[in-house]
Design a protein around this ligand. Structure first.
Ligand SMILES: Cc1cc2nc3c(=O)[nH]c(=O)nc-3n(C[C@H](O)[C@H](O)[C@H](O)COP(=O)(O)OP(=O)(O)OC[C@H]3O[C@@H](n4cnc5c(N)ncnc54)[C@H](O)[C@@H]3O)c2cc1C
Length: 447
């Protein structure tokens, strides 16, 4: 079965793009879509450009967890706002996006894990989030039938879930109704720069004049920036998801232990993944960025599997051009939708693990499996900042595997930054200069 959004999916938003706009947003994932939405609501003329299909990449392939639990302390207030925004937006779409308050549970086997969870709780309390520790009997009440003996858990009842490949295209509809011009199949080949500042973008459908550009290009952001001499130590890792056929419901939210993460979908099946396991395809960017990733590698030496080389056309493939002429096709048109093959051995392992953890659910039948390339940063928190070296350019990228849930919050923040308004949140942690100003690497979410 093909993944729901693919190269043959009909184009919903054919364009053509306008010749001018107040703001151009590059990238039709959850970040670009939400940024365009809130910019349009603020009264700007905004065009959202997507090289493939809205949400064709990470924003449809994720687990669908809308999670406050375990967030970096500086992300948490934005995430708390995002929770409220999701509730509002779900009312404004024309479809059921599956928004459900099912909670999120991290299952702990050791006292060390429980201690780490307990150490995070003050952050939740500071922002009024209802996270709490559960005892072994409380876990059994919450998720009946678990076969593994858990010492405790971290649980947040107000966390939610939604169906990503329905939700993000639906949000694009909300953005369009708010006045944003959405254009699919329209790659931005290059930034248009005049006198050292942004003058617009060059797309495959022609030039768009604009004094403000937001780059929300997910796994492709660093490739575009590099063409313009701006370094962003962003890499992408493959993450595999397996989807089961419908099975009995034991718990409506998302849960994870050290081996498997699962959550019920709206169609009655479960999405399964191995939370702490990622695969990095090695390319020139990986070599270049390696020194910045050493802190992460030391903290979690076995969480990443290294693959010899990225397949052709991937952002960090050896053969992907790093410079190209804006008048001709760019690497972005060459890969409309980054659609990595899932790791089949991992899918088999997840099938066994899910049966082992919840044997009472009966046989685990896999309906389909897919993968996504997660764009990550060395400290596992995003970059949300104006680019000082190029006035008019704002970057919102590197969501590091947790950008779906926070998407509406980040979209609102980015819209405020571009508009010159107070984003109402401290964005110091997310500044671009942290990778070049000698700042000590401070790793994000460790729970
Ligand atoms: C398997 C998996 C599980 C995950 N689980 C969760 C989860 O449960 N909860 C959570 O919060 N997050 C999760 N995430 C992370 C989340 O999906 C991402 O952080 C989020 O979707 C990133 O959104 P984005 O808009 O930044 O990037 P993307 O969704 O990747 O969108 C970027 C878009 O930009 C387009 N683009 C790039 N360059 C150009 C160009 N030059 N011109 C035009 N268009 C361009 C691309 O085609 C792409 O569609 C998961 C991710 C994966 C892969």
């Amino acid at each position: 079965m093909a993944f729901p959004i693919h190269d043959a999916t009909p184009v919903t938003w054919p364009g053509p793009p306008p010749a001018t706009a107040d703001v151009v947003v590059i990238g039709g994932g959850v970040i670009g879509v939400c940024t365009a939405l809130y910019l349009a609501e603020a009264g700007h003329s905004v065009v959202l450009l997507e090289k493939g299909r809205i949400a064709g990449e990470q924003s449809s392939r994720n687990w669908g967890w809308i999670r406050q639990q375990g967030r970096d302390p500086d992300e948490l207030p934005i995430m708390v706002e995002a929770n409220a925004l999701w509730r509002d937006l779900a009312q404004r779409t024309n479809v059921d996006i599956g928004l459900t308050q099912g909670g999120v549970t991290y299952l702990a086997k050791t006292q060390d894990e429980i201690a780490r969870y307990a150490a995070w709780l003050p952050h939740a309390q500071a922002h009024g989030v209802d996270s709490r520790l559960l005892s072994t009997p409380q876990i059994a009440d919450l998720i009946p039938g678990l076969s593994r003996p858990y010492a405790g858990a971290l649980y947040t009842a107000s966390d939610m879930r939604a169906e990503p490949w329905v939700a993000v295209p639906a949000l694009a509809g909300v953005a369009a109704r708010a006045g944003a011009t959405v254009v699919e199949n329209c790659a931005v080949r290059a930034l248009d720069i005049e006198g050292g500042r942004i003058a617009g973008v060059v797309t495959e459908a022609g030039q768009i004049k604009s004094s403000q550009v937001v780059l929300a290009g997910g796994a492709w952001s660093s490739l575009l920036l590099r063409r313009h001499g701006i370094a962003l130590p962003q890499l992408s890792v493959r993450a595999t998801v397996a989807a089961t056929e419908p099975m009995p419901m034991v718990y409506p939210g998302g849960a994870a232990d050290d081996r498997i993460a699962f959550r019920m979908r709206k169609d009655g099946g479960y999405s399964l993944a191995a939370g702490g396991f990622h695969e990095l395809f090695i390319g020139p960017d990986a070599f270049r960025a390696l020194p910045k990733y050493l802190t992460q590698l030391r903290a979690d030496p076995f969480g990443t599997r290294f693959m010899i080389k990225a397949p052709k056309g991937y952002p960090d493939a050896w053969s992907t051009p790093r410079t190209w002429d804006a008048d001709g096709p760019s690497p972005f048109e060459a890969m409309r939708i980054l659609n990595p093959a899932p790791n089949r051995r991992k899918v088999d392992q997840l099938t066994r693990d899910f049966h082992e953890i919840l044997p009472g659910l009966g046989p685990v039948r896999i309906k389909t499996a897919w993968a996504g390339m997660i764009d990550t940063m060395p400290d596992v928190v995003p970059v949300v900042d104006r680019v000082d070296a190029l006035p008019g350019l704002t970057v919102g990228t590197g969501m590091s595997g947790h950008g779906f849930g926070i998407g509406p919050g980040m979209g609102k923040v980015l819209a405020a930054v571009v508009s010159g308004n107070d984003p109402s949140h401290d964005l110091t942690r997310f500044r671009l200069s942290r990778f070049s100003d000698g700042s000590k690497m401070r790793l994000g979410p460790s729970v």
